[in-house]
Every structure is written in structure tokens, then in C-alpha cells.
Design a protein around this ligand. Structure first.
Ligand SMILES: Nc1ncnc2c1ncn2[C@@H]1O[C@H](COP(=O)(O)OP(=O)(O)O)[C@@H](O)[C@H]1O
Ligand SMILES: [Mg+2]
Length: 371
């Protein structure tokens, strides 16, 4: 005959679809009754009328049926009261919602954070920041890392399209669940605004949006959080640097001198903020004509190397112009996901490997500035 412990063990394999943690750990299992071959499970939903209730019922039933001797599973659904919900939120967050001063807590800015935050920046737009961010993220995720992408390009967001993800993230007790695609967790202002309308926010609104993306999104335990920055050294870059003084920065530039000069300014900003430039990615470096195999240097050469030298950092890689990279971005399937073995993908995977190896040590971290 099945035992209560066996049933609980089976229930521990069922994850809440939105929070991604076992329902037993989230205190969603209120009661288990075993009556011979008949098992009754009382499940508390985190929100009444949870859209996932059918899925949870199905998953619970399937899990309990794997226990030897169980023939019938009755699932009764209820919902948590405010107190229970608050307790779960606290558990999920792994800490209090607000710091003693009332400021939201940014998990990545805590001294014991294990997440490596990488801001992908550039001097000017159109050099391939978002393309590099998405492909690097996918490469890291394919390598087994837990990866998040924060689309910090509030005005010119492009991550949802490039990752092929849309929809509105669900909120749970003041926490927002990120959307997921190609093995990465993603948050973008594009999930919250009318796509036909431009976002015209300035300083304080931008700051608040970033703060919410960092503090109110349930990212879980990430190895990497990649932040796709807007071009230049504006409000967003400064806010982000204040909130995440321990973040690393990867600069993207094309090989041409003019692009390299403006990228240098973006890199120099880090000297004032505590962020650290960990490398340069040169994008659109060469173009190999598919018919003749001849190599062209359309945007000049040497910019990446020069930038790395001037910022006393390394050139992490040089990515060719590849129409398939653009096609992948337009189709919502980053090239590294669609064709991981292509030569261009391999170049990006190599950059990801170098970043993966250089996980920053906790020693000597500066504490976050007051916001
Ligand atoms: N290496 C590349 N080869 C071909 N097209 C590229 C490459 N890198 C970027 N692109 C394309 O160039 C455009 C600008 O890239 P994007 O990543 O949006 O730049 P940014 O985020 O810096 O503004 C996009 O259409 C993108 O698909
Ligand atoms: Mg972009």
C-alpha cells in the first residue's frame, strides 16, 4: 500500500509552472490523505483562479500515479491567504522584500551574490550589441549556465524580437516572473508596453524601471545576467552602474576608428562607477563573399584591438558580418541556437567560453551605492 511519505516524495517532483520550484517547497501542499489505493491531495494555489490550475492538477495527478499501488488521485484546489502568500514570496526571494531603509533589494548587488552581471555596451547604436547579447546568452545557457537577459535598452528594446518571445509576464505578489526562450530568462520593457507606441521616459522613470527589473523580477539563482544597454553613456548606463557597481562590462565595437573612439568614451565611464571593462568584442569585422571566398574588411580593421589596448583589457573575439546572424535575429532564433556549429556561432561560443572562465571572485567587491 502507498504511504504518505511516498506520495510527498512524488509531489516534490512537481514544480509550480510559474515559480519553477517544487510545490512542496512552496508550501502549496496543504494536505495528503492516503486511503488504500486512493490518494487525496489538497493543493493551495498562490493566487485564486490561477491560470495554471489545470496544469498543476494534471502534474500532481501524474506524479502521484507513479507511486506503486496508487489507482485514483483526487486533487482538491484551494488558494493561499495573504499571510501564506507573503511567506512564500519571502521564501522565493530568499530574503526580505525591502532593505531596512525601505529600498528594494537588488539580489545581484549583495556581497554574497553568485551571479556575474555583464553589461553589454557600445558607443553608438547598430554595432550589434543586442545581437551579441542574445547569442552570448544562448551560448552560455547551452553550456549549462543559468542565464538571464535584462533588456536595458528601454527606448530601443529589441531583445523580445531577437529571442522570439512575446507576451505579458505574470506577476505574483509584487514579483514578476521573467519570460523564457532558448534556455534564458528574459525581461524587457517590450513585454509591458504597447508595441506600436514609443517609450518616451526620462531619468526617474528609467531608473525606476531598471530597479524593478533588478529587484522585483524573480530571476532565481543565475550564473549570468546579461544586460543589453542602449548605446552611449546616458541615464540608463549611469543608473545601472549605480545599482550594480560590481558589474562587468563588455564593449562592442565595429573595427572602424570612428566607432572605436565613441566606444572608448563608454568604456571610460566605468572608471567613475566601479564597473569593470572585462573585454571588447569586435563585430562586423570581415565579410567572406560566399561566391568567391574572398575576405573583405568593410568597416576597416584594428578598432577592436586598439580599443582593448586603450582600456587595458582584452579582445574577446572578432565576429564576421554574417547575413545568417541577421536572419536569425529577425526570425527570433539566435544563430547560436539555430546553427550552433556555423563558423560565426563558433566565434561567439568562444567569447562565451572566455567569459565563463573568468567568473569574478567575491574578494574586494565594492558595496552598492545608496540609490
Ligand atoms: N555580425 C553581423 N552580421 C550581420 N548582421 C549583423 C551582425 N551584427 C549585427 N547585425 C545586424 O545589424 C543590425 C544591428 O544590430 P543590433 O544587434 O540591433 O545592434 P545594436 O544593439 O548595437 O543597436 C541588426 O539588424 C542585426 O541583425
Ligand atoms: Mg540594441
Amino acid at each position: 500500500m502507498p504511504t504518505r511519505d511516498q506520495v510527498l516524495e512524488a509531489l516534490a517532483t512537481v514544480n509550480d509552472p510559474e515559480i519553477g520550484k517544487p510545490i512542496t517547497e512552496l508550501d502549496m501542499v496543504a494536505d495528503v490523505q492516503v486511503d488504500g489505493a486512493r490518494v487525496g491531495v489538497h493543493v493551495l494555489l498562490t493566487v485564486p483562479g490561477c491560470p495554471m490550475k489545470d496544469r498543476i492538477t494534471r502534474d500532481v495527478t501524474a506524479a502521484v500515479k507513479t507511486v506503486a499501488g496508487v489507482e485514483t488521485v483526487d486533487v482538491a484546489l484551494g488558494s493561499m491567504n495573504d499571510q501564506q502568500r507573503a511567506a512564500v514570496t519571502q521564501k522565493v526571494r530568499g530574503g526580505p522584500e525591502k532593505a531596512p531603509g525601505g529600498q528594494p533589494v537588488i539580489p545581484f548587488a549583495q556581497v554574497d551574490s553568485q551571479t556575474k552581471v555583464i553589461a553589454v555596451a557600445s558607443g553608438k547604436g547598430g554595432v550589434g550589441k543586442s545581437s551579441i547579447t542574445t547569442n552570448l546568452a544562448v551560448a552560455l545557457a547551452r553550456d549549462g549556465f543559468e542565464v538571464g537577459i535584462l533588456d536595458a535598452d528601454i527606448w530601443g528594446y529589441s531583445i523580445p524580437r531577437m529571442m522570439g518571445v512575446s507576451g505579458r509576464p505574470v506577476a505574483f505578489n509584487n514579483m514578476v516572473m521573467p519570460l523564457q526562450a532558448h534556455g534564458c530568462k528574459i525581461i524587457s520593457i517590450g513585454f509591458f508596453v504597447d508595441t506600436e507606441r514609443p517609450v518616451i521616459w526620462r531619468g526617474p522613470m528609467l531608473h525606476r524601471a531598471l530597479q524593478q527589473f533588478l529587484a522585483d523580477v524573480h530571476w532565481g539563482d543565475l550564473d549570468f545576467l546579461l544586460c543589453d544597454l542602449p548605446p552611449g553613456t546616458g541615464d540608463i548606463a549611469i543608473s545601472l552602474a549605480q545599482m550594480l557597481p560590481n558589474a562587468d562590462m563588455v564593449l562592442v565595437t565595429t573595427p572602424q576608428q570612428a566607432a572605436q573612439r565613441v566606444a572608448l568614451r563608454a568604456g571610460q565611464m566605468t572608471a567613475q562607477t566601479g564597473m569593470k571593462v572585462v573585454g571588447v568584442v569586435e563585430n562586423m569585422a570581415t565579410f567572406v563573399a560566399p561566391d568567391t571566398g574572398r575576405e573583405y574588411r568593410i568597416f576597416g580593421e584594428g578598432g577592436g584591438q586598439l580599443l582593448a589596448a586603450e582600456l587595458d583589457t582584452e579582445l574577446l573575439g572578432s565576429i564576421p558580418i554574417d547575413p545568417r546572424l541577421r536572419e536569425g535575429a529577425d526570425a527570433g532564433v539566435p544563430l547560436v541556437a539555430g546553427d550552433p556549429d556555423s563558423p560565426t556561432s563558433q566565434r561567439i561560443v568562444d567569447v562565451a567560453k572566455r567569459l565563463g572562465r573568468s567568473k569574478r571572485s567575491l574578494v574586494g567587491r565594492s558595496l552598492p551605492l545608496a540609490l
